[in-house]
Design a protein around this ligand. Structure first.
Ligand SMILES: *[C@@H]1O[C@H](CO)[C@@H](O)[C@H](O)[C@H]1NC(C)=O
Ligand SMILES: *[C@@H]1O[C@H](CO)[C@@H](O)[C@H](O)[C@H]1NC(C)=O
Length: 368
């Protein structure tokens, strides 16, 4: 039997929850954004094994109640992961996509024989109508997703959603590698794993995050004022504002920090001014490096494991490799870095590269 105070609190809880759930629906939909070329920037919605997917007002900046509940649960749960050391550490591969995962077969080859040491999560655009499931490791690994667009904080929201889902799903997930459908592996799984978990590093709480953190880049002043002259103040003064590649590999404590964070997210989720959207609006390239540099400067490598070629970039898109360019020599060039670790992943690769990459998978890509 329930006592009446309990019934009362239950009622209160239910009505508050209803309010929270309804609230976003009551506000008008956001104005349309100049979407630009979306191909790189993934999207949303196949809610498999998770909460409901996005509502029709969509392109939300993702502070809706279901997201908030997810982030809260992930934050509360995150501590547990640090304590669990018995299970072998896993690398969580977070795929952000709005098209078919063409390189699924290549990733399967990369994963083969390493079961128990990796997890896969996919945030996919409901509009993409993926041909699912692509391959065994991806089957059933789709998290609740919402639409995303370029020049819009919905990409940050999607990345936070992926991190939260992976944090909650498995306490053994120690690293979280963000990838897109255009990313390919450059090394064997064993080599990646050996680099992330060097034998001497017994203490997981000190593992670094691999994220690019740059300052003083020429585009910084206009990126900083993308939401208005003083819009980032007081939380983010210009000299703390950072830029870095969207693609990172975060350590668990940093993934948890991102998911639980509200202060900077409240700033970065503000849409850019219309006149800034074309050239200066890339919130996802700023939120993560700015936040992590502020929160734990010494804990980040300031280097990303994902190689990208910006030479001759067009409209904010890096060079996209096509089949004729794939060769052992290219792989060697893409691996080379100035950091202790070589590059582990690369982008962007066009779908027609799958065949040529599979052809050199055993002899070059995954040969240790
Ligand atoms: C980078 O892209 C340019 C074309 O935009 C190409 O000429 C160059 O070879 C590429 N670099 C590497 C390392 O692949
Ligand atoms: C390594 O550093 C040199 C000198 O700064 C630079 O020219 C080169 O492009 C860098 N290589 C990579 C892969 O970043």
């Amino acid at each position: 039997m329930m006592s009446s105070p309990m019934v009362l609190s239950l009622l209160l809880f239910v009505s508050l929850t209803a309010l929270l759930l309804l609230a976003p629906r009551l506000s008008p939909p956001p104005p349309p954004v100049a979407a630009g070329d979306q191909e790189e920037v993934p999207a949303a919605g196949v809610g498999v094994g998770g909460a409901g997917s996005g509502g029709p007002w969509g392109v939300g900046v993702g502070e809706e109640a279901d997201d908030l509940a997810l982030f809260r649960r992930a934050t509360l749960d995150a501590g547990a992961g640090a304590a669990v050391s018995a299970a072998p550490s896993k690398v969580a591969f977070l795929f952000l996509t709005n098209s078919d995962l063409t390189f699924g077969p290549l990733w399967e080859r990369f994963f083969a024989g390493h079961e128990g040491r990796f997890s896969v999560y996919v945030h996919a655009d409901p509009a993409a109508q993926l041909l699912l499931p692509p391959t065994p490791s991806f089957r059933g690994r789709f998290v609740a997703a919402k639409p995303t667009r370029r020049a819009d904080p919905s990409l940050i929201a999607a990345e936070r959603r992926l991190l939260a889902a992976a944090l909650l799903d498995d306490a053994a997930n120690v690293y979280f590698a963000l990838l897109s459908q255009h990313c390919v592996p450059l090394q064997s799984f064993a080599r990646l794993y050996g680099a992330l978990f060097p034998p001497r590093a017994a203490h997981h709480h000190r593992l670094p995050s691999y994220i690019e953190v740059l300052t003083g880049e020429p585009q910084m002043p206009s990126r900083y004022v993308a939401r208005g002259e003083d819009a980032m103040l007081p939380e983010v003064p210009y000299d703390r504002f950072r830029i870095g590649s969207q693609f990172f590999t975060l350590a668990r404590r940093h993934a948890a920090l991102v998911v639980g964070e509200r202060r900077l997210w409240r700033k970065f989720r503000v849409p850019c001014l219309p006149e800034m959207q074309q050239d200066s609006c890339y919130p996802e390239e700023h939120y993560f490096p700015t936040l992590l540099d502020m929160a734990d400067s010494a804990g980040v490598a300031r280097y990303t494991l994902t190689r990208v070629n910006w030479t001759g970039s067009v409209a904010g898109h890096p060079h996209t490799y096509t089949a004729p360019e794939v060769s052992p020599r290219l792989i060697a060039q893409l691996r080379a870095s100035n950091h202790t670790h070589p590059y582990m992943f690369a982008r962007k690769f066009a779908p027609d590269c799958l065949g040529p990459l599979l052809a050199i998978a055993d002899t070059v890509l995954f040969k240790d």
